[in-house]
Design a protein around this ligand. Sequence first.
Ligand SMILES: [Cu+2]
Length: 124
Amino acid sequence: MMLRIFRLMVVAAFACGLATTGAFAHAFLDRAVPGVGTTVRASPSELELRFTEKVVSAFSGVQIAVLGGRPIAREKPVLDRARPNILHVRLRHALSPGTYVVTWHVVSVDTHRTSGNYKFTVEP
Ligand SMILES: [Cu+2]
């Protein structure tokens, strides 16, 4: 019985290793709202970040700051209930006109960590 369980564990570990060798298994930013590099007319009430893979919200973080300036108050990222590859980040206040930098890091369900950043602008 123990040997059988051990064999199953070895098979599972091996399969996992194979599954994670491809770069496609990592969670990269697929799409964001407001969009990457876009200019929006009004302040968003939240940021939405969609990734290429499901992510683990407990090990993921999203910061937003004025370009070259102070950080903006926001809530912790919340995983979308229906689509676990999407994080929602509520902003505590409306954004003033200007350019903002969003910096993210996520851990995908395959336990790999990825990070990146992008900008968007709120029109005056
Ligand atoms: Cu990965």
